[in-house]
Design a protein around this ligand. Structure first.
Ligand SMILES: [Zn+2]
Length: 85
Protein backbone atom coordinates (compact mmCIF):
# COMPACT_ATOMS: atom_id res chain seq x y z
CA UNK A 1 0.00 0.00 0.00
CA UNK A 2 1.34 3.43 -0.90
CA UNK A 3 0.19 7.00 -1.47
CA UNK A 4 -2.09 7.17 -4.47
CA UNK A 5 -3.33 3.62 -4.12
CA UNK A 6 -7.02 2.85 -3.94
CA UNK A 7 -8.40 1.48 -0.71
CA UNK A 8 -11.82 0.60 0.63
CA UNK A 9 -12.75 2.74 3.61
CA UNK A 10 -15.84 3.99 5.36
CA UNK A 11 -16.79 7.50 4.28
CA UNK A 12 -18.74 9.35 6.97
CA UNK A 13 -20.11 11.70 4.33
CA UNK A 14 -21.33 8.98 1.98
CA UNK A 15 -22.26 6.92 5.05
CA UNK A 16 -20.93 3.80 3.43
CA UNK A 17 -17.77 2.00 2.36
CA UNK A 18 -16.44 3.69 -0.75
CA UNK A 19 -13.33 3.68 -2.90
CA UNK A 20 -10.72 5.97 -1.40
CA UNK A 21 -7.33 7.24 -2.50
CA UNK A 22 -4.46 7.00 0.00
CA UNK A 23 -3.30 10.56 0.77
CA UNK A 24 -0.64 9.92 3.40
CA UNK A 25 1.06 7.05 5.14
CA UNK A 26 2.53 6.46 8.57
CA UNK A 27 5.22 3.88 8.05
CA UNK A 28 3.45 0.99 6.35
CA UNK A 29 0.03 2.01 7.68
CA UNK A 30 -2.44 4.15 5.77
CA UNK A 31 -2.89 7.42 7.64
CA UNK A 32 -5.23 9.59 5.58
CA UNK A 33 -7.55 8.82 2.70
CA UNK A 34 -9.77 10.81 0.34
CA UNK A 35 -13.14 9.59 -0.81
CA UNK A 36 -13.17 9.25 -4.59
CA UNK A 37 -16.88 9.94 -4.67
CA UNK A 38 -17.23 13.13 -2.60
CA UNK A 39 -13.55 14.16 -2.22
CA UNK A 40 -13.89 14.13 1.56
CA UNK A 41 -10.45 13.73 3.13
CA UNK A 42 -10.28 12.03 6.49
CA UNK A 43 -8.28 9.78 8.76
CA UNK A 44 -8.21 6.14 7.80
CA UNK A 45 -9.06 3.77 10.60
CA UNK A 46 -8.36 0.09 10.05
CA UNK A 47 -11.42 -2.01 10.69
CA UNK A 48 -13.80 0.48 9.15
CA UNK A 49 -14.29 -1.87 6.26
CA UNK A 50 -15.24 -4.66 8.64
CA UNK A 51 -18.75 -4.75 7.26
CA UNK A 52 -17.42 -6.27 4.08
CA UNK A 53 -17.11 -10.02 4.20
CA UNK A 54 -13.71 -11.17 3.00
CA UNK A 55 -13.11 -14.60 1.62
CA UNK A 56 -10.47 -16.80 3.14
CA UNK A 57 -7.83 -18.20 0.81
CA UNK A 58 -9.59 -21.56 0.84
CA UNK A 59 -12.98 -20.07 0.05
CA UNK A 60 -11.49 -18.00 -2.76
CA UNK A 61 -9.75 -21.07 -4.12
CA UNK A 62 -12.96 -23.08 -4.01
CA UNK A 63 -14.80 -20.32 -5.84
CA UNK A 64 -12.18 -20.25 -8.58
CA UNK A 65 -12.24 -24.02 -8.74
CA UNK A 66 -16.01 -24.05 -9.03
CA UNK A 67 -16.00 -21.48 -11.81
CA UNK A 68 -13.30 -23.41 -13.65
CA UNK A 69 -15.13 -26.69 -13.22
CA UNK A 70 -18.26 -25.12 -14.65
CA UNK A 71 -16.49 -24.00 -17.81
CA UNK A 72 -14.73 -27.21 -18.73
CA UNK A 73 -15.20 -27.78 -22.47
CA UNK A 74 -17.53 -30.69 -22.99
CA UNK A 75 -19.28 -30.29 -19.68
CA UNK A 76 -21.72 -27.84 -21.20
CA UNK A 77 -21.81 -29.65 -24.51
CA UNK A 78 -23.11 -32.79 -22.94
CA UNK A 79 -25.99 -33.96 -25.05
CA UNK A 80 -29.24 -34.67 -23.31
CA UNK A 81 -30.07 -38.33 -23.33
CA UNK A 82 -33.19 -38.72 -25.36
CA UNK A 83 -34.35 -42.07 -26.49
CA UNK A 84 -36.21 -41.98 -29.72
CA UNK A 85 -37.99 -45.04 -30.91
ZN1 LIG B 1 -17.57 10.10 0.39
Amino acid sequence: MRVGDYIDAYCSRCKRVMDHTVVSMEGSEVSRVRCRTCDYEHTYRPGQTGKKKELTKEEAFNQVLASVMGTIPGATEEKPKKKKK
